[in-house]
Structure formats: structure tokens, C-alpha cells
Design a protein around this ligand. Structure first.
Ligand SMILES: [Mg+2]
Length: 262
């Protein structure tokens, strides 16, 4: 028995030393998150710091913020324009579809899904690319000019979810912080981007101006519930789309590291 252990120990030592000869530092476990950003013109420490900041934002752990951290501009640019943003969006869409397929609809036209519009169905990336991906303080006049062009493109993974929901028999409600004055351009832009057959498009009326988004959207959802609608799902890129009162049975938070709306 002793001889067996001696041979075993010897063979183990031979194996370890042969591994050492072929030592390749790239085979060692390393933080993948840093690898993802190693081509960025920022240090690993900054990349890590910005990743933690983004994660805290998505988890709604940050205090209200007006601009992204100065040092995270390149990081956010890379996140948005690289593979990560698209991948994160697709994950949210996939999970929402899986959930939607499990919902038993009553077939009375009262089973609904609520969608936000900006950065949920339509992407305003060209606007934010021109404004530092959230580095500049939000300028509602400049943003409205962009909205009026009506050229925002569909977020493809959201369009897929949208079409699946309509096919499953959900009624779709669009609930946006855009002003009622932008109804026509919003309808045109949505339609041109492939969104059809929504039940209702709710925008901010004169009486809603100045209300925090959480309050405005909660009030509108409460009305839906009062009218007998069952809100099974809600998709939005802001927590203010999803939280408050009359919240949905399931909420799906799309990523958005560029701006925060209370
Ligand atoms: Mg939005």
C-alpha cells in the first residue's frame, strides 16, 4: 500500500512539473469582464468601476443621476456599440417570451402587456451618440427635435417580443412619457418600424405634465386595472416604467446605461 502511495505521489509530481513546463498564463482563470473591455482606451480598474456602476444602475441601486460618470464615456460607448447591449436586450426579450408563453389568457380581450416606447421599442441611439451617450445633461428641446424626425429604429429583439405577444393574443398598451403633441410622429415612427395592432397608445396629456414618470405611469396602469385589464407583463428601460402602483405580474427591465428617469 505504501508503495502504491509513493508511486501515486511520484506520478502526481511528474504531472505537475510537466504542466509547469507548458505554463500558459492565458489558461489561468481570469476575470472575463475585464477581458471584454481590454481593447478600450481605459484601464482595467476604470472598466471594472464602470461595470459596477452600470450594474448598480440596472439593479436600481444608484441615487437619481443626471449624467453618466465622466470616466465611463468610452465604456458606455463600447457597451452600446459592441456586442453586450444587443446581447442583454435579446436576453430580456427571450425571457419575456418564455414567460408570456406560460400565461393562460382568458380570451376576453383583457389580458394585456404594457410597453414603454423610447429605448424599449424604439432606439434613439443616433441622438445619444451625438450627445456623449449620456455624458451631457438631457436637453429636452434637442431631443424633441430628434423625435420629430420620426426616424428612430426598432429594437429588433423588442419587435420580436411584440409580435409574439400579439400572436399569443395579448392586447398591447403603449405607455410613454412622450407628450400628446407627439402622437402623430410617434404613431408614424412606430408603424414604419414594424409595430402594429396596439390596443392603446397613452402619452402625457396636459394634465400629466410635471408629474414624475413613476406617478404618471402608475396612474395610467391603475386606470387599466380599474377598466378590468389584467397586466401580465410590462417592458421598460427605466424602473419608473415598472415600479409604483398597479404593477405588472412580471416586469422586464431593458438595459439602459445612458440616462435615468425618475
Ligand atoms: Mg424608455
Amino acid at each position: 500500500m505504501k508503495a502504491f502511495y509513493t508511486i501515486f505521489l511520484f506520478l502526481s509530481l511528474v504531472y505537475v512539473s510537466s504542466c509547469h513546463e507548458n505554463f500558459d498564463p492565458h489558461t489561468l482563470p481570469r476575470p472575463l469582464i475585464v477581458d471584454l473591455y481590454k481593447k478600450l482606451p481605459i484601464s482595467e480598474d476604470v472598466a471594472l468601476h464602470c461595470t459596477s456602476w452600470r450594474f448598480a444602475g440596472e439593479a436600481n441601486n444608484l441615487s437619481p443621476w443626471k449624467t453618466i460618470p465622466q470616466e465611463c464615456k468610452d465604456y458606455v460607448d463600447d457597451y452600446i456599440n459592441g456586442k453586450a447591449y444587443k446581447s442583454d436586450l435579446e436576453r430580456v426579450s427571450r425571457e419575456a417570451i418564455l414567460y408570456a408563453q406560460t400565461v393562460e389568457l382568458k380570451g376576453d380581450g383583457k389580458d394585456i402587456w404594457v410597453f414603454d416606447v423610447d429605448e424599449t421599442l424604439l432606439s434613439n441611439l443616433p441622438y445619444y451618440a451625438d450627445h456623449g451617450y449620456g455624458l451631457e445633461i438631457f436637453d429636452n428641446v434637442a431631443f424633441d427635435k430628434w423625435v420629430d424626425k420620426g426616424t428612430a429604429e426598432a429594437i429588433e429583439s423588442s419587435l420580436k417580443l411584440y409580435e409574439e405577444l400579439v400572436k399569443l393574443g395579448f392586447k398591447v398598451f403603449l405607455l410613454t412619457g412622450r407628450s400628446e403633441r407627439r402622437r402623430n410622429v410617434t404613431v408614424e415612427n412606430l408603424t414604419k418600424s414594424g409595430f402594429h395592432d396596439w390596443e392603446k397608445l397613452i402619452l402625457r396629456g396636459a394634465e400629466d405634465q410635471g408629474k414624475p414618470a413613476t406617478q404618471f405611469k402608475s396612474e395610467k396602469r391603475s386606470q387599466m386595472v380599474e377598466e378590468g385589464y389584467r397586466i401580465h407583463g410590462n417592458s421598460g428601460d427605466q424602473w419608473s416604467d415598472l415600479s409604483g402602483s398597479a404593477i405588472s405580474a412580471r416586469s422586464f427591465k431593458l438595459p439602459n446605461p445612458m440616462y435615468y428617469i425618475a
